[in-house]
Ligand binder design. Structure first.
Ligand code: GDP
Ligand code: MN
Length: 385
């Protein structure tokens, strides 16, 4: 799960990471009010679940409450397109209004999960700011890393390694260590999956300050953190994916036009591979789960067909716990309620397969039946063209 910058800063503040004073606003009036209470120059920053806002025009400096009002007015409601939003962009609904910082240097600091090393790894760079992706690809030696063993956890050694690697002034060492340590504590205690400060700045008065913050959380740890669950902003998420979460199916929208309904993550991935092998593009990943009811199958079917890009539906079910007749009932129920008639390829195998096929055959639906996996995928791809 992702959260907004202002929420990430609230969390980091609790762990002793210095962040600018500020507040979130949903209207230009509120932005003006915050700016006048802060009594200083402010930055007005679009709050969307994507980075690259600076380059996209979503961040503006304002030297008076009136300018803050104007900045907020132009940012709220704008469609912000950045390299992370995709070409459709995102509509901005909120801005963060905070004390502007006079910066001397922009650093990069993050804590990420390194799956191949099976541990958390800090990454830091002197070349922080807006082009960190470029630094990582062109001059990876400029990124300093410190891996934290899960057995021993954080140690001041990690902070020292980053500190000397960055070549920071001695006067910053204590503050820097606190920030590095705070990131680790926040990561572990909140079940994060990524934590990034870009940039961490050295101000003109010689202090360290996190002027941007990003935290992603491990969805499987959310049940332990109601306060973080409460930060979810479904406006920022794909509506179909939100509905899927509420239904209990695993659905990820993709860019292709072959809609898939499959049971089991492994079979779902195999199905996607075979669609690609047959020259097509899957429109989604959808795992209805093992013990799905006819009702859940119906809902999954509806989610799948709400994507306007879908040209054909491929149902690929291996009936184990989820019996084929239940799937057939769900599909028939759903398809008869949906107005849009799409070509359908069904491949059922396993428990109650004959009953399932019989139900489909006796329904008023028209569909192609396939017995083998690749046959099913290539039929679906053919129909999608
Ligand atoms: P991002 O583009 O979405 O990553 O948003 P950031 O919050 O990182 O802001 C982008 C850039 O705007 C930063 O790298 C800074 O250069 C600049 N910026 C943001 N806030 C301030 C500020 O308070 N003072 C100054 N001088 N620059 C800022
Ligand atoms: Mn940033």
């Amino acid at each position: 799960m992702k959260i907004h910058e202002y929420q990430a800063k609230d969390i980091l503040r609790q762990y002793g990471v210095p962040v600018p004073r500020g507040e979130v606003a949903e209207s230009p009036e509120k932005a003006r009010e915050i700016a006048s209470a802060l009594k200083c120059k402010v930055v007005v920053k679009a709050q969307i679940h994507a980075g690259g806002r600076g380059k996209g025009g979503g961040i503006r400096l304002a030297s008076s409450p009136e300018e803050a009002y104007e900045a907020a007015q132009s940012i709220i409601g704008m469609k912000l397109v950045t390299h992370q939003t995709g070409p459709d962009g995102k509509i901005v609904k909120k801005v963060l209004v905070e004390e502007a910082t006079l910066t001397k240097q922009e650093l990069y600091l993050s804590l990420v999960m390194d799956r191949s090393r099976e541990c958390l790894v800090y990454m830091a760079s002197q070349a922080g700011g807006m082009d960190i992706e470029e630094v990582a690809s062109r001059a990876p030696e400029k990124i300093i890393k410190a891996a934290v063993s899960p057995a021993t956890g954080f140690s001041p050694f990690h902070a020292r390694k980053l500190f000397y690697g960055l070549g920071l002034d001695k006067s910053l060492s204590g503050h820097f260590s606190n920030i590095v340590k705070g990131l680790y504590q926040a990561f572990i205690e909140k079940d994060a999956s990524l934590l990034e400060i870009n940039p961490l700045v050295i101000t003109q008065t010689g202090e360290l300050l996190a002027i941007d913050a990003k935290i992603n959380f491990d969805d499987d740890g959310l049940y332990r953190h109601p306060e973080i669950k409460g930060m979810r902003d479904t406006d920022e998420e794909d509506p179909l994916e939100v509905e899927a979460v509420n239904t209990g199916v695993n659905y990820i929208k993709l860019d292709g036009n072959v809609g898939c309904m499959v049971n089991g993550a492994g079979l779902a991935m195999t199905t996607m591979d075979l669609i690609k092998l047959a020259g097509g593009e899957p429109a989604n990943f959808l795992d209805v789960g093992g013990g799905a009811t006819a009702e859940r199958v119906e809902k999954a079917f509806r989610i799948l067909t709400s994507d306007p890009k879908v040209k054909v539906i491929l149902v690929n079910i291996f009936g184990g716990i989820l019996r084929c007749d239940r799937v057939a009932t769900g599909v028939i129920e759903a398809a008869s309620k949906i107005e849009k008639r799409l070509p359908m390829v069904v491949r059922l195998q396993g428990t109650n397969v004959d009953e399932g096929r019989k139900l489909l055959r006796e329904s008023s639906l028209t569909f192609e039946v396939a017995e083998e996996l690749y046959e099913a995928a290539s039929k679906a791809v053919e129909l999608s063209k």
